[in-house]
Design a protein around this ligand. Structure first.
Ligand code: NAP
Ligand code: GCO
Length: 281
């Protein structure tokens, strides 16, 4: 069996060329919540590697702006208004993509929200809303695409995790619970469907400058940096915030054949935060 796999792979690359295959040519990628921010950059990267792009978001205004932004980059992205927590809408979107672009080969579960509220002040409804979007929705999305991937002989699922898949901090109990859960959902999908040539991995961004983190970077009245902004720069060995573009290479790697034996892994793209104890006093 192993010899057969090696022979097939060698035959596909007769001169040893392209031994590392990052191409996504002919693949259909669905990136959730890719109107802007990290999702947009990931979709742009996957398109650059050759994939056809489908994306969704909830707001028509975000959709219109996103379609214009993709077009400005020469990307023919197909956009769907769809809330990832709504099972019927998700099923309808996945069916439309299958008809209009083809079966989804690559799913990026990127859509997510955060609520920064001290736990004792947070209502159960607020907690549930975060868990619903950040954890239950990736389950709904994955469940909607896995049968098509199995029928097609494989697929890639990338779950956008977080520093909060590993760490806690004041005010983000629901988010940390959801992103920690998403890490384990990732490992479970890998465990359950790896035999169908489906790889499910996590992408764990560090602190990235997007609308989601804008409140943490707001200038103070006196023009100085937000204390949290200064804290993050000090906590990151790279001494800067990440950008959505920092996610591009890692996303292409996890979406491509180059990562075909990587499964259930969380790839942290954090400028070294998780490796660092912090600046000595
Ligand atoms: P963002 O700037 O707030 O963008 C979020 C996107 O998700 C938007 O396109 C939004 O569009 C969409 N969205 C939100 N809820 C949705 C829903 N229920 N259904 C469909 N679309 C929905 O966020 P970001 O900073 O790029 O973050 C993207 C992902 O990375 C999130 O999962 C986030 O938790 C994670 N992350 C972010 C950071 C960071 O530092 N920024 C770090 C680690 C992980 P609509 O509002 O129009 O729906
Ligand atoms: C926060 C931030 C984080 C980041 C990110 C870290 O309030 O601490 O919003 O949670 O967005 O997820 O990886």
């Amino acid at each position: 069996m192993l010899q057969e796999i090696c022979r097939t792979r060698a035959a596909a690359r007769p001169n040893g060329e392209n031994m590392v295959d990052f191409s996504l040519k002919g693949k259909v990628a669905l990136v959730t919540g890719a109107a802007y921010g990290i999702g947009f950059a990931i979709a742009e990267a996957l398109a650059g590697a050759g994939a056809r792009i489908a994306f969704n978001c909830r707001s028509q205004r975000h959709m219109d702006e996103a379609l214009a932004a993709y077009a400005a980059k020469g990307i023919e992205a197909r956009g769907y208004i769809c809330d990832v927590t709504q099972e019927k809408a998700v099923a309808a979107m996945v069916a439309s993509i299958a008809e209009e672009l083809g079966t989804v080969d690559i799913l990026v579960n990127n859509a997510g929200i955060i609520k920064r509220i001290p736990m004792l002040e947070m209502s159960a409804a607020e907690f549930r809303e975060v868990v619903d979007i950040d954890l239950t929705a990736p389950f709904i999305m994955a469940r909607a695409v896995i049968p098509g991937m199995i029928a097609k002989g494989g697929g890639k699922i990338i779950n956008v995790c977080s520093m909060m898949s590993e760490l806690g901090r004041e005010t983000v109990s629901a988010y940390a619970a959801a992103k920690g859960g998403l890490k384990m959902l990732t490992r479970n999908i890998a465990s359950e469907y790896g035999r169908y040539n489906i790889q499910c991995n996590g992408l764990g961004p560090g602190y990235i400058a997007t609308p989601q983190t804008a409140p943490l970077r707001e200038r103070q009245a006196d023009g100085s940096r937000h204390p949290f902004d200064a804290f993050i720069v000090a906590k990151t060995p790279a001494e800067r915030w990440g950008t959505p573009e920092d996610m591009m290479g890692p996303a292409v790697f996890l979406a491509s054949a180059a990562s075909d034996f990587v499964n259930g892994h969380i790839l942290y793209v954090d400028g070294g935060i998780l490796a660092y104890i912090g600046k000595q006093p």
